[in-house]
Design a protein. Sequence first.
Length: 231
Amino acid sequence: MIEQIIKQYLHTPFSVETEKVKNEPGTWDSTKVSIFRDGVLIGEYIRNYSNYGTNTFHPFLINNQWYALYSASYTATRVMKLHENRIEDWCGEDKSPHGFCPVEFYIPKYIHSKHEFRDSLYDSYTADCDNTPEEFASELKDSEFVSLNHCDFGFMCGCVWGDDTSWKLRYINLSQIPDKILTVSDKFGYWELPNTLTLKECINMSNWQPDHDWITLIRAETINLKTDERS
């Protein structure tokens, strides 16, 4: 029986189906990732690893153009451009034996609303990481709703080869994607994430606004109770 996984990406026209691809005995399986736009197949690629096929594809919108983070090689993060009827490899990292292996991407979405108070209008912003999917969907239907937007930054978790006892956090700058520039950095240093939470659950943007770039991140630390040493 062929194992298939289907994922719909909320508030986008995209979904994917993943299917395991058997390779030679003694080697890893691969994953075929099929991309659908409004239910129509627009492209496929092979990921050279057997897991995380749906979590390492993440569509986002910049300047009214759809793109997606993806990881066909498990040691590289790249961006594809999502056309109406095809996909196009756009920019990103080259695979490397010492590369960072992503297992999950997250690009925050936020709702811009305008609230009236004492005859004046005030802007407010609600990020999807701070709400349940149901709460966020309700905000989209609110009479004060103005627009739904994707941030021009994102996050990934994963590890370098051999350091897979926990996932580490990295920052993704998407602001220059139209110019074919993707920047991934360890902006936060060696930041371990709790194994019990998803990447999205480790990020709080309740104090964030487009002109106020403060967020809260959750991390995991190992502490020796006798010496207070931290690892």
